[in-house]
Design a protein around this ligand. Structure first.
Ligand code: G3P
Length: 217
């Protein structure tokens, strides 16, 4: 399973990249706003700055909701860097736009996916990635991990090539469960990635080893 970081924060992207286990970056308009990035020029520059840090796929989201607007925006985003993946919402015109991008050699990430039916449509349109929002599904008292399992089963059965990119990850356990459930990619906040490091027995064991090592120093 690949690890993407879900943020527009350059320091966190650098920190995750320095770990050596990063495979890509996803962003969305809310994450850009959180970093105070406003206005088309600033947003485009920020995407380019991210692409200059990581030579890996970077999802950049369109904010138009009509086919023509999405295609125009997506073309501009894709022209920024070869690693840009155009992120398109799961709506009717979004599916049309994903098909257009697919036919024109532009990679896509179909976002805001909450059901297996939506994941089938995204795959039919040729999306490179499909992004089921695990945390938000859990928020509604459904089971986000079950959706990953269901999409994984359908894609394997049908031979769809679209990659399952588990999004809206809230915990380190989500990452483990997504790996079990067959996600191809997990896009996570840095805190959830770093949380995978933690185990009290590691800390206790290391303290003991270091203490014992002093006896022979
Ligand atoms: O990748 C999608 C993600 O950014 C949404 O996360 O926590 O706002 O549901 P969240």
């Amino acid at each position: 399973m690949k690890f993407f970081i879900d943020t527009a924060n350059l320091a966190q992207i650098k920190e995750a990249n320095d770990l050596g286990i990063l495979d890509g970056v996803t962003t969305n308009p809310s994450l850009m706003a959180k970093e105070g990035i406003q206005g088309t020029e600033a947003i485009l520059k920020h995407y380019k700055d991210i692409c200059d840090i990581v030579k890996m796929p970077v999802s950049a989201e369109v904010i138009s909701t009509d086919f023509e607007g999405m295609v125009e925006e997506g073309k501009k985003l894709a022209a920024l860097d070869p690693n840009i993946v155009v992120k398109v919402p799961m709506i009717k015109d979004g599916i049309k736009a994903i098909k257009w991008f697919t036919d024109n050699g532009i990679k896509t990430n179909c976002t805001l996916v909450f059901s297996a039916g939506q994941a089938i449509l995204a795959a039919k349109a040729g999306a490179t990635y499909v992004s089921p929002f695990i945390g938000r599904i859990d928020d509604g008292n459904w089971d986000g991990i079950e959706l990953i399992e269901q999409i994984s089963h359908i894609y394997n059965t049908q031979g769809f090539k679209t990659l399952i990119l588990a999004a809206s990850i809230r915990t380190s356990l989500h990452i483990v469960k997504c790996a079990e459930a067959g996600a191809d990619v997990c896009t996570c906040p840095l805190s959830s990635i770093l949380g995978l490091l933690k185990h009290p027995l590691t800390d206790i064991g290391l303290a003991q080893f270091l203490e014992d090592a002093k006896k022979f120093a």
